[in-house]
Design a protein around this ligand. Structure first.
Ligand code: FAD
Length: 429
């Protein structure tokens, strides 16, 4: 895990050391505190949707795979009525009675006051197909099987999920959905140093984002590994909690595979790559996020929450060189590529319903939704989220985006701990 050098493909001049410093000292402490707040800890998810690709393999009997859902009454009232509480952000009229029809009226009135530049943006926007923007096409918010999950009660960590079920899911993702040539050895990253010139930047980006997510998940399970379990059953009352912590051997087993060695440990660099993508998405949406009505119903908490979000956005804005999404989809073949990109991403969203461990499925779905939200921001025209588009992102998308970014931030923070334990001349060097 002794990573060095620039992170290629982000079309920004950034090396891993700069990201480490920025993340570990500026972003990680702020984000960890922010994500413990009520607004960000309750996520709505459907964990019951059947796998559309193969029969459930029943591996969810693992004890550590269980998800503790929360009762409706545990969730702050303001979050449950979130849609009714949305205040449209308009320069004209900020007083709002609170129903959605009013919101539409207000949005309509904004168009009249658009600057020429913004109007031109809307015109350009018409050529896009909105369905290609919503990368997470599964409309979770209107799903009757949606449950609230308290993320703090269900931390992402080692669950014991591995073997054929887990491999089948990763294989489905890589072989069918990552623009990877079929028949290639699963063990070798398709965009290693030798072949990167042959593959266009959009396809590399797609692969690197998924690989970065995979690297992050495996870093988490190695850094919150089950070290001892004297409790017998996790759910037995009065038993001590098991002990979780760093497991260097587990970490090396994931990242020291011969196939990873051959290509110079690209998987961990993909984690940095994905971090830069989501960082940029948050920065690009920062005006929207600053004005979004983050509301839980507790005015004191809400004031702290807004301050904390603004503080984080200021830090994010000070990052020296952001990921440049304009390098993607910029040629004449872009629309076709973009539609293919979208289709494959939608498939990955569906594959998450096939994960045979509820806890892994929860965090997998959240992180894919967060990535989908980041892509939606990166490939949207600015008018869609600067003025009067309060509903461009739902609360659940914002929660997913910040928590997904929080996962990457924690992974990079944990790499520092692994580096310390392994040492410069250690096995991982
Ligand atoms: P795997 O991680 O299963 O990888 C399969 C193959 O993919 C490897 O042999 C390698 O060739 C390739 N590969 C590995 N990493 C990368 C990468 N970063 N980029 C490109 N290729 C790669 N387990 C938990 O304990 N807790 C969790 O929360 C959890 N969440 C999961 C979420 C999802 C969506 C899935 C599919 C699995 C999850 N797992 C979780 C299981 C975990 O990711 C591993 O599958 C498991 O630990 C077995 O690891 P492995 O080293 O055998 O190879």
């Amino acid at each position: 895990c002794q990573l060095q050098g620039t992170i290629d493909d982000c079309t920004c001049q950034i090396d891993t050391e700069t990201v480490d410093q920025f993340n570990n000292y500026k972003v990680y402490p702020r984000l960890s505190s922010l994500l413990s707040k009520d607004y960000f800890r309750y996520f709505q998810v459907n964990l019951k949707r059947p796998c559309p690709f193969w029969d459930d393999d029943g591996s969810c009997s693992f004890e550590f795979c269980q998800v503790k859902t929360c009762r409706e009454e545990d969730v702050p009232a303001g979050l449950k009525g979130q849609r009714a509480k949305i205040k449209p952000f308009t320069a004209k009229d900020y007083s709002y009675g609170g129903n959605e029809d009013c919101a539409d009226e207000d949005l309509g009135s904004i168009n009249l006051t658009l600057s020429e530049e913004t109007q031109a943006g809307f015109e350009r926007w018409k050529v896009y197909d909105q369905s290609l923007v919503d990368f997470c096409t599964v409309k979770d918010e209107i799903d009757s099987d949606m449950q609230y999950v308290d993320l703090l009660l269900n931390p992402e960590r080692y669950t014991g999920y591995k073997g054929p079920s887990a491999i089948r899911v990763w294989d489905a993702i890589y072989k069918e959905n990552c623009f990877r040539s079929l028949g290639a050895s699963n063990s070798l990253g398709p965009f290693g140093t030798d072949s990167s010139e042959e593959v266009c930047i959009e396809k590399r980006t797609f692969y690197r984002a998924i690989s970065g997510l995979h690297a992050s998940i495996n870093t988490h399970l190695s850094s919150k590994y089950l070290l001892s379990d004297s409790s017998g059953s996790l759910f037995k009352k009065g038993k001590p909690e098991p002990e979780w912590g760093l497991n260097v051997t587990e970490f090396l087993n994931h990242f020291e595979k011969p196939e990873a060695r051959k290509t110079g440990f690209p998987w961990l660099k993909n984690l940095y790559f994905l971090y830069l993508m989501e960082l940029r998405a948050i920065w690009k949406a920062s005006t929207f996020l600053r004005n979004f009505d983050l509301y839980t119903g507790n005015s004191e908490d809400d004031a702290d929450l807004k301050d904390a979000v603004k503080d984080l956005l200021t830090v994010v804005g000070n990052f020296p060189s952001h990921f440049d999404e304009k390098a993607l989809f910029s040629t004449k073949d872009s629309m076709k590529l973009r539609s293919e990109f979208h289709e494959r991403f939608t498939n990955i969203t569906r594959i998450m319903d096939c994960v045979g461990c509820q806890k892994c499925k929860l965090w997998g779905k959240l992180q894919v939704k967060g990535l989908g939200t980041a892509l939606k921001i990166l490939f949207s025209e600015p008018p869609n989220f600067t003025r009067g588009q309060q509903e461009f992102l739902s609360r659940n998308e914002i929660v997913a985006l910040f928590n997904a970014f929080g996962r990457l931030s924690e992974s990079i923070h944990q790499l520092e701990n692994f580096r310390r334990m392994i040492g410069p001349g250690g096995k991982g060097g």
